[in-house]
Design a protein around this ligand. Structure first.
Ligand SMILES: C[S@@+](CC[C@H](N)C(=O)[O-])C[C@H]1O[C@@H](n2cnc3c(N)ncnc32)[C@H](O)[C@@H]1O
Length: 241
């Protein structure tokens, strides 16, 4: 585990919107672990699903890989077979991954690319993972990316998608958000840290509802939407080609 996340300990001092910069990269493991309920279970689900759906000779993608946690799950699932393509547009995240994985025997099985995933090429894929990333793209980019993934998947290939969501009912959204803030508080975040991070994410992380995600995926041709996990306002889905 890297450094403890204290970025918003004194509020949003910089006043800037949230971004995946060097400061966030250094504390990211701690940040996501204390902020996303069920995050570690998601990583195990990714491993199990990749094991089930990987097709020999195909590519596996981790889009928005951050520090490579899902990449590691994919590598464990593939058990030595090439190859995972892990992409992120944060310079510091990609530098960290490249350095961390270069020391591993699995280094030759993974390629890290610093790219905007909206521009990335996706070909011959049997497993594509987007673990809490689509929410940072504009709605137009989400459609384009999902379409590109569908086209890049081989028949029978799968997309594993995790997202933070809101609900149709404002009352339910508020109630579940309160529980999520309680979850963060029990993980040691103060009220100031929770509200400052929420404010800095305003307009940066834009949630949709579960049904909006399913509708878009089906419209693009994906079938069999299957909910693999649900933890408060965080979901993991599998969509199949
Ligand atoms: C919440 S983190 C993802 C966590 C990671 N998938 C995991 O399983 O640990 C979101 C990541 O998406 C990346 N990201 C956001 N928009 C992106 C884009 N357009 N292209 C590439 N990466 C992007 C960010 O830099 C960040 O590292």
């Amino acid at each position: 585990m890297g450094k403890q996340d204290k970025i918003f300990e004194k509020g949003n001092v910089s006043g800037l919107p949230f971004s995946f910069n060097q400061e966030v990269t250094e504390v990211f493991e701690d940040m996501i672990d204390r902020s996303v309920p069920g995050y570690n279970t998601t990583l195990r689900i990714i491993q199990q699903q990749a094991k089930n759906h990987y097709i020999d000779g195909s590519n596996v993608y981790d889009l928005g890989c951050s520090l490579g946690a899902s990449t590691s799950s994919l590598l464990n699932a593939l058990n030595g077979r090439p190859r995972v393509i892990a992409i992120d547009n944060s310079d510091s995240m990609v530098r960290f991954c490249t350095e961390r994985f270069s020391r591993s025997i699995k280094a030759e099985q993974v390629k890290f690319l610093k790219e905007d995933i909206s521009q990335s090429e996706i070909v011959n894929a049997s497993v594509v993972v987007i673990n809490f990333v689509l929410q940072f793209l504009s709605i137009k980019e989400r459609v384009g990316l999902m379409q590109k993934i569908y086209q890049g998947l081989v028949p029978g290939g799968v997309l594993i998608l995790s997202e933070k969501v809101h609900f149709d009912s404002k009352k339910r959204t508020a109630e579940i958000s309160n529980i999520h803030h309680f979850f963060k508080a029990t993980n040691g975040y103060s009220k100031l840290e929770i509200s400052s991070k929420r404010d800095s994410l305003e307009g940066v992380l834009v949630t949709e509802t579960e049904s909006q995600h399913i509708y878009r995926a089906k419209e693009l041709g994906f079938k069999d939407p299957t909910k693999l996990m649900s933890n408060l306002n965080f979901l993991t889905y599998k969509f199949q080609k």
